[in-house]
Write a protein that binds this ligand. Structure first.
Ligand code: PHE
Length: 338
């Protein structure tokens, strides 16, 4: 067979071929127009064709190529189309499956609410690092070197010698703010704190606080009380709180903040240990030694500070009796706060 006859034969074969699947179409493609395919041989034969017939031969080869390509496309279209409608079995009229929408964590809900309440009193939100040094977490806050709270028992040290620890309270952020800001200062710092405590229904090794600090001329304990009354009224709908004399190295005088137990209506339950009161934090007038450490003139300024546990406030607000629930991430628990 001369090249012309070969080409005519190939064209006929191609036109008569039936391709029943994608695989067959691929085999066909490899056979004819693949990089080692028959068409390549035809192109190679071109050089032996007499010049006056080269044009005709070229056209024939092109026609072969186009028919082969058309055949392949046809087979591909027929087969992908039919496959889809065969295997899908989808009912396109069925209603869609709704996406599950997540819910905010109860601690975030209460934290945001606390921020809103204090914002209304003119407090602005500040931030502080969770990895702290001895100065900000202890020394500047008037915690003398051998104070029991500095014991390794309570504090998670990342590196004791390198002076790196996980803050045990948000009070460390007070110092950072006072170091960079001149009074008047009116800030809150919500955030996570860490303590090496045995985990129980009432205590966890990590929890959250909202610290408050107000420094200005003539700030008094009455201002502190009024701020806490306002907070309780807005958060719980009742200002039934009390301040119990206490001690913190960084405040003088100091008090513990107790809220009437809203879980049992102060009748007595496990959360309030049958006392009718639940402690939500500490407060007091900023100790002059702390102001001095932060470079604030104690002749001119005074201030109050408080630190509240967000978990405690949330437990009271929603009647939750086990702090561990906040950290287990059980969807059945979390979904109740949507
Ligand atoms: N930092 C104290 C604690 O974690 C709470 C507190 C803050 C007390 C501010 C007084 C003033 O227990």
């Amino acid at each position: 067979m001369n090249p012309f006859e070969q080409a005519e034969k190939m064209l006929q074969d191609i036109q008569e071929a039936t391709l029943n699947s994608i695989e067959e179409a691929e085999q066909f493609r490899i056979k004819y127009i693949g990089s080692k395919g028959l068409l390549k041989d035809l192109f190679a034969a071109m050089k032996d064709i007499p010049n006056e017939r080269k044009k005709d031969f070229g056209q024939l080869v092109n026609q072969i190529k186009q028919s082969a390509e058309a055949k392949i496309n046809e087979a591909k279209q027929a087969n992908t189309g039919s496959k889809k409608s065969k295997s899908s079995g989808e009912d396109l009229t069925a209603p869609g499956i709704p996406y599950e929408v997540g819910t905010r964590h109860p601690l975030s809900i209460v934290k945001n609410e606390m921020i809103e309440i204090f914002k209304r009193l003119g407090f602005v939100v500040e931030d502080g690092p969770e990895i702290e040094d001895d100065w900000h977490n202890f020394t500047a806050l008037n915690l003398p070197e051998n104070h029991p709270a500095r014991d390794m028992q309570d504090t998670f040290y990342i590196d004791y010698n390198a002076n790196k620890l996980l803050r045990t309270h948000t009070s460390s952020a007070q110092i950072r703010v006072m170091e960079k800001q001149k009074p008047p200062i009116r800030i809150i710092t919500p955030g996570r704190v860490y303590r090496n405590e045995t985990i129980s229904a009432r205590a966890h090794c990590t929890f959250h606080q909202v610290e408050g600090l107000y420094i200005d001329k003539d700030v008094s304990f009455a201002d502190l009380k009024q701020t806490l009354y306002y907070f309780a009224k807005e958060m719980f709908g009742s200002d039934n709180i009390r301040m119990r004399p206490s001690y913190f190295p960084f405040t003088e005088p100091s008090a513990e903040i107790d809220v009437s137990c809203f879980i049992c209506d102060a009748k007595g339950c496990a959360v309030c240990k049958h006392s009718g009161w639940v402690e939500i934090g500490g407060c007091g007038m900023v100790d002059p030694a702390v102001l001095t450490n932060a470079g604030i003139d104690t002749e001119e300024y005074s201030g109050f500070a408080f630190g509240m546990g967000i978990e405690r406030v949330t437990m009271l607000k929603y009647g939750i009796n086990d702090i561990r629930l906040f950290f287990e991430n059980d969807k059945r628990f979390l979904e109740q706060f949507s």
